[in-house]
Write a protein that binds this ligand. Structure first.
Ligand code: ATP
Ligand code: FE
Length: 329
């Protein structure tokens, strides 16, 4: 089947065409407006989705060299996400399907981040372990089959992406700070000591890191007002080292507990160069098979929604026109 997929859970408007499980196009409009405000303003996000959705879908059809008449089903992100943002994608999907009498497929955004691995080769074999690290979530997931995923560990407070963004903001970096922390860390050394909170088992906690960075910087700035300016790369490297080492340690623990040796990364933070290199190295050392998505499929994208939609289409899982967005899906 040919599936039109729509993603609008946060601040990226994305549309994709997936035919027989293969991604023919994947188009994303990012919203520059949030840089000005240092974070995503839900009201602005919703309005930008409204402006972007029709042109984004049109480009997705153009690049796939298909027309709306070729579509067999419409897949969309039902949640979790910002309600005003989800509303735009869900309404568009419903209207598109209603006008053409097409079946609708609801998709869980977090399940889709995991299944982004099926947008390209090599695809992991089931079952596998996946660490999903994004702006709003940090989860260790046992992926038994595409549609049977079990969360075995999660963050008790902030997500890993949030930790990058919030600590980066303290250093004066633009939103989202994650990619910039990553870039700056490449020329620095982890010389600044920060707290490494560990709530035990397979769970994560990053709010203590945020507090630790705040207090440590306040203290350093009292001693040297130019501390951040003169130690930016080292401070970034130090923050990144804490986050990445915690993530890798928990993966090791999850492998030990589950016996699974196929290990995948998903979500925006899996774009992080140190995490990618760290997992690859650890995998080689331990004899695991590791899977790291292409950058395009790490952050929010509709291709992952379409790929998940294809699994659900095959399983006959459709929803009616009465479906509504769910912020906490
Ligand atoms: P969720 O999927 O939980 O609803 P989201 O969709 O907003 O949240 P993603 O788009 O998957 O999250 O990821 C965005 C996050 O990834 C941001 O916090 C961003 O800073 C982070 N990120 C992106 N690239 C990097 C990088 N190279 N290093 C560290 N963090 C990164
Ligand atoms: Fe996401």
């Amino acid at each position: 089947p040919t599936i039109l997929a729509i993603e609008s859970s946060c601040d990226d408007t994305s549309a994709a065409i997936v035919k027989d499980g293969k991604v023919l196009s994947n188009v994303t409009a990012t919203q520059a407006i949030h840089v000005e405000f240092g974070g995503v303003v839900p009201e602005h996000a919703s309005r930008a989705h409204q402006r972007n959705i029709v042109p984004t879908v049109a480009v997705a059809f153009q690049r796939a060299e298909l027309t709306p008449e070729d579509v067999d089903a419409v897949a969309f992100t039902r949640g979790p996400g910002l309600i005003g943002s989800l509303m735009v994608g869900v309404s568009f999907a419903k209207a598109f399907a209603l006008a053409r009498d097409l079946p609708l497929i609801e998709v869980d955004h977090m399940q889709a981040h995991v299944l982004a691995h099926f947008a390209e080769d090599p695809k992991p074999e089931f079952p596998f372990l996946c660490l999903t690290v994004s702006g709003g979530h940090t989860q260790l997931v046992v992926v038994r089959t595409a549609l049977d995923q079990k969360v075995i560990g999660r963050t008790l407070d902030d997500a890993a992406g949030e930790a990058f963004d919030k600590t980066g903001k303290m250093l004066g970096l633009d939103y989202p700070a994650g990619p910039e922390v990553d870039r700056l860390a490449q020329t620095g050394q982890p010389t600044v000591a920060f707290a490494r909170p560990d709530p035990g088992e397979l769970n994560f906690s990053f709010s203590g890191l945020k507090t630790s960075v705040l207090y440590t910087l306040q203290k350093k700035l009292r001693e040297d007002p130019d501390f951040v300016k003169n130690n930016l790369a080292d401070t970034c490297a130090s923050i990144q080292e804490v986050i990445v080492s915690v993530l890798l340690r928990k993966i090791e623990l999850a492998v030990a507990q589950t016996g699974l040796t196929r290990v995948a990364l998903a979500g925006g933070v899996s774009a992080n160069s140190s995490l990618r290199a760290g997992l690859t190295e650890l995998g080689k050392e331990k004899g695991w098979q590791t899977f790291i998505p292409r950058f395009e499929y790490c952050t929010d994208n509709a291709a992952m929604i379409g790929v998940t939609g294809a699994f659900k289409y095959a399983a006959g899982k459709f929803v009616g026109q009465d479906v509504a967005p769910a912020a906490r899906f």
